[in-house]
Design a protein around this ligand. Structure first.
Ligand code: ATP
Length: 437
């Protein structure tokens, strides 16, 4: 078979900047399996300064794959494809690639040998149906698969380098690292993309966006954008530099400016969490914390104990879901429950006071509310949440309406995060005296 010399097909434009990622699989298109390959590839490309402009998921259908491949080759500097290289009839990526290039498929002798060796190592004969996996478009090159059967394919499609990798995630990763990354690294040399995220709580996405609007203008370097997830608004900063130091310098400048504008709304960076940040502050102060939770059912305790070493400051949480336990465990007066109902400011205050008293903690936070979807009323609708915050011997109630139309899990997570936010913003700057109880 006539093959192009490797150096011809291996070339990627030296100003490589943008890539398309195409994930092939009917199970992905139907939402029955998650496309994790594309996210992984996009992150690896980004680390080399190459931006994945487009992710496309397409079912195992020849015409559809062919069309997407042609579109991707026309638009991107590089096309990475995963999936559909298996031995069964529904694996049509090879054929679609050949059609898109306008060439036929030919058996690659080296790939047949590797397939036979793969089965021989397992003490088996190669099933005849696997032979189809050694079919490679005539102008392409087979890429060896170190961990599975399907060879990958590398070829130029309308002049654009295109790498087709197996769908199985660990096979895909191994082949990318061995066959694709070194070429991309060489072509992308001189450009590095570094990212950072700053997390805020306490303001909506539009409010945060307004404060940093000019920094979010299109086409700037660094590129700044926001994402929101149940009360947490994160500011994502992507900086492109000639090397890591230059990109990091741009990130540092942008971070300082964003922190200056957003002030105490910013609670952390990258992997830092509200629970972790609260914990650090408590450690600095030498203070302890406890919780009494009703509608959040232990969620605050979970967010706190997700953090290794949380036993240094978190004494424990009481899940007082029933009125009986509100009375029995944290001493909420029955008369208070009768007069105001379990979802009320006085009960939230009594729960927090009770948790501090029972556990001996310096700070205690409580939550009582209507998480829904049922159980709401005109006076106490779904989403109504009271948080009690006991600190420095005093207790303050906070009332929230998290939205009647919100699902239960969103209301509960918002309430738990709000409780941690209130604890964080109520703590004095260290060093400070230990509060009286
Ligand atoms: P092989 O022949 O080695 O199985 P393949 O290229 O034929 O590779 P597929 O048949 O498309 O791979 O998929 C194999 C497995 O990998 C399936 O379980 C599939 O759900 C999973 N998979 C495929 N594509 C992705 C993806 N983009 N993200 C995560 N998992 C994927």
């Amino acid at each position: 078979m006539q093959r192009m010399p490797e150096e011809d097909v291996g070339q990627i434009p030296r100003d490589l900047r943008s890539a398309w990622i195409v994930a092939i699989g009917t199970e992905l298109a139907l939402g029955q399996a998650q496309d994790t390959n594309s996210a992984w590839l996009a992150q690896r490309l980004a680390a080399l300064g190459v931006r994945a402009d487009r992710h496309v998921v397409v079912a195992d259908e020849l015409a559809a794959i062919r069309a997407v491949l042609s579109q991707a080759a026309a638009a991107g500097d590089l096309v990475l494809v995963t999936g559909g290289l298996g031995p069964t009839d529904d694996d049509v990526t090879r054929a679609a690639l050949a059609k898109a290039a306008g060439v036929g498929l030919e058996e690659d002798a080296a790939s047949v040998e590797r397939l036979q060796a793969f089965f021989a190592r397992r003490g088996r004969e190669m099933p005849e149906r696997n032979r189809v996996q050694a079919l490679i478009p005539r102008t392409g090159l087979a890429l060896p698969n170190q961990c599975g059967t399907a060879p990958g394919i590398h070829m130029l499609l309308e002049g654009t380098p295109c790498y087709v990798l197996p769908g199985v995630p660990f096979e895909m990763r191994a082949m990318y690292e061995a066959e694709v990354e070194p070429v991309v690294r060489a072509a992308a040399a001189g450009a590095v993309l570094r990212s950072r995220r700053l997390h805020t709580f306490g303001a909506g996405e539009s409010d945060v966006g307004l404060k940093i609007r000019d920094l979010m203008a299109r086409g700037r370097n660094p590129e700044v954008g926001t994402t929101a997830e149940i009360g947490v608004v994160s500011v994502r900063i992507n900086a492109r530099g000639r090397d890591a130091a230059e990109a990091d310098g741009l990130l540092d400048e942008a971070e300082a400016e964003i922190r200056r504008r957003l002030g105490p709304l910013v609670y952390g960076r990258d992997s830092e969490t509200l629970g972790g940040v609260v914990g650090e502050r408590l450690v600095e102060l030498g203070w302890t914390l406890s919780t009494a939770e009703s509608c959040t059912g232990g969620l605050i305790s979970q967010l706190l104990t997700d953090v290794p070493g949380s036993s240094r400051y978190f004494l424990g949480g009481l899940v007082t879901y029933s009125n009986a336990l509100k009375t029995g465990l944290v001493g909420v007066d029955q008369a208070l429950l009768m007069a105001h109902g379990a979802v009320s400011e006085p009960v939230a205050v009594a729960m927090a006071d009770g948790a501090a008293r029972v556990t001996g903690s310096d700070v205690a936070v409580s939550v009582t509310g209507v998480a829904g979807p049922g159980g709401g009323s005109v006076e106490k609708p779904v989403g109504l949440v009271f948080i009690g915050l006991h600190t420095c011997g005093a207790c303050a109630p906070h009332a929230f309406r998290f939205g009647e139309d919100h699902p239960r899990e969103v209301i509960r997570m918002r309430a738990a995060r709000m409780a941690l936010h209130l604890v964080r913003t109520s703590l004095p700057d260290p060093p400070a005296a230990r509060p009286g109880r």
